[in-house]
Design a protein around this ligand. Structure first.
Ligand code: PPS
Length: 148
């Protein structure tokens, strides 16, 4: 609200440690993780999925929000605006999940997000260079009555 009070009352807060006081958690100059398994690696399977790769009923967890924009459409600016919220943490750099690290699986991606905010709200910008699209996912403990 206008007084700077969080409307996310009741949601676990992401306490910002000394390493995250408004700074990017991962500097842009940091080299990417070594490449994952070759493209022939099987597609990652969702936790709780059956042998066909389909999630079991009741186990699929989707992001609370997915913001999609074209490349160079200002998606970084949107992410930076959202991360100003005190209850939101964001990966500093794009994890390159789809174009470089897909073979590492969804657990690798989830762990990256979990490492910045284990119980709360995390943002990350992911990319699909082939389609020249960018998206921002917001996974959170927000209740449906909460908005940012
Ligand atoms: N409000 C507003 N108005 C006009 N232009 C803006 C605005 N916000 C971001 N930008 C410009 O958007 C470019 C970055 O977009 P993205 O963050 O989507 O880039 S990327 O696709 O992730 O590389 C980047 O443009 P370039 O500097 O030409 O790369 C930003 O300057």
């Amino acid at each position: 609200d206008g007084l700077g009070r969080s409307r996310l009352l009741g949601a676990p807060r992401c306490l910002r440690g000394p390493d995250a006081s408004g700074q990017k958690l991962l500097p842009k100059s940091r080299p990417c993780d070594p490449p994952g398994p070759p493209p022939s690696a099987p597609a990652p399977r969702l936790a709780g999925s059956n042998h066909s790769g389909s999630p079991k009923p009741g186990t699929k967890r989707l992001p609370q929000a997915l913001i999609v924009g074209v490349k160079k459409g200002g998606t970084r600016a949107v992410l930076e605006f959202i991360r100003v919220h005190p209850d939101v943490r964001a990966l500093g750099t794009e994890p390159h999940f789809f174009d470089r690290n897909y073979g590492r699986g969804l657990d690798w991606y989830r762990q990256k997000r979990h490492s910045i905010c284990p119980r709360g709200n995390s943002l990350s910008k992911i990319e699909n260079k082939k389609r020249r699209m960018k998206s921002i996912t917001l996974s959170s403990s927000f209740q449906s009555r909460n908005h940012i």
